[in-house]
Design a protein around this ligand. Structure first.
Ligand SMILES: [Mg+2]
Length: 169
């Protein structure tokens, strides 16, 4: 697998840790599972999440891991998620940092296909505010705003169908 291989969503059934808004009428893009192992994917940023980031100090500068980073990644894996590190740093450099700090063991994939955006506006985002426990809880209880509405537009006939909503892990 190359670093730049895309993570391809899949709609196949499987034994993932949780089921979110599953419905036979869901368009494939609304069921974000890995095509490789059918797990739900959690993308985790590196700078400012996994590390003790203090601001950009150049491409050669790397901060140490934030306290609790290993436990956080390990918890995601224990809950059955596929863990993808997504970063604006070069993927090979990020992998070196993960190896150096013994974190790669919790990681399924590293991608640098992430724009250096000011902000991400995303209906599937959890904002990291410096607390791994709170973030893990947000991940485990997450549903997109449209999943909370209880209806999902049907792809086949334009009618709305009840969402089979979250089964907690
Ligand atoms: Mg960041």
């Amino acid at each position: 697998m190359r670093d730049h291989d895309p993570v391809i969503p899949s709609v196949s059934e499987g034994s993932g840790a949780r089921v979110v808004a599953r419905s036979s009428c869901l368009p494939p893009a609304q069921v974000p599972r890995s095509a490789r192992d059918d797990k739900l994917i959690v993308c985790v940023d590196l700078n400012g999440v996994l590390d003790a980031y203090g601001g950009w100090q150049g491409p050669e500068h790397w901060d140490p891991p934030r306290e609790g980073a290993a436990e956080f990644l390990g918890s995601l894996r224990e809950h059955g998620f596929r863990v993808v590190i997504f970063t604006t740093r070069f993927a090979d450099d990020a992998k070196r940092w993960l190896v150096e700090h013994d974190l790669l063991q919790y990681v399924d994939e590293v991608t640098d296909r992430k724009p250096a955006a000011h902000v991400f506006v995303d209906d599937r985002a959890v904002c990291f505010r410096g607390d791994f426990d709170a973030t893990l809880n947000d991940v485990l209880s997450f549903s997109a705003h449209w999943e909370n509405q209880g209806v999902i537009p049907s792809r086949e006939d334009g009618e709305e169908s009840p969402a089979e909503n979250v089964l907690a892990p």
